[in-house]
Write a protein that binds this ligand. Structure first.
Ligand SMILES: [Zn+2]
Length: 146
């Protein structure tokens, strides 16, 4: 279990598919591919609001960074902490950390989810993009006057 957790999180920390280590998982910094290009794992695993867990990971990271920065700053500058400097630094951090951690929050959440709810066959069923032939079949038959 611990070895599996380490493997999943190590892959997630490198922004790879936690399931197989494949990449690229992200097309841009904020846009995640719908499936793993190597193993085909569907990243949004079938539940509405799935990524709320990733937001939670991002929020927890931001709060941890805030707390650590605040305490280190106070200890380093005690007994006369420059409050204005602290306020500016915290504000900049709170703006940058969620953006910088955004893709990691998704891969870490996916690793966590795979740890507690291992992938099944359904997770690898890639959404089918309709081919041109399929689309023609889906259209209703034309009326004779068209
Ligand atoms: Zn994969």
């Amino acid at each position: 279990m611990l070895k599996r957790a380490c493997r999943l999180y190590w892959r997630a920390a490198r922004l790879r598919c936690p399931n197989c280590g494949g990449r690229p998982v992200f097309l841009t910094w904020t846009h995640m591919s719908p499936n793993c290009p190597v193993c085909g794992l569907r990243f949004e695993r079938g539940e509405r609001g799935y990524w709320v867990g990733a937001y939670f990971f991002n929020l927890m990271t931001m709060e941890t960074v805030f707390t650590v920065w605040f305490l280190v700053f106070l200890v380093a500058t005690w007994p006369n902490p420059p409050w204005d400097t602290l306020q500016r630094e915290i504000t900049v951090l709170m703006l940058l950390v969620p953006i910088a951690f955004f893709p990691f929050s998704k891969t870490f959440f996916l690793a966590f989810d795979l740890l507690v709810r291992p992938a099944t066959e359904e997770d690898f069923s890639a959404p089918q993009e309709a081919s041109p032939l399929k689309r023609q079949e889906d259209k209703p038959p034309r009326a004779a006057g068209d």
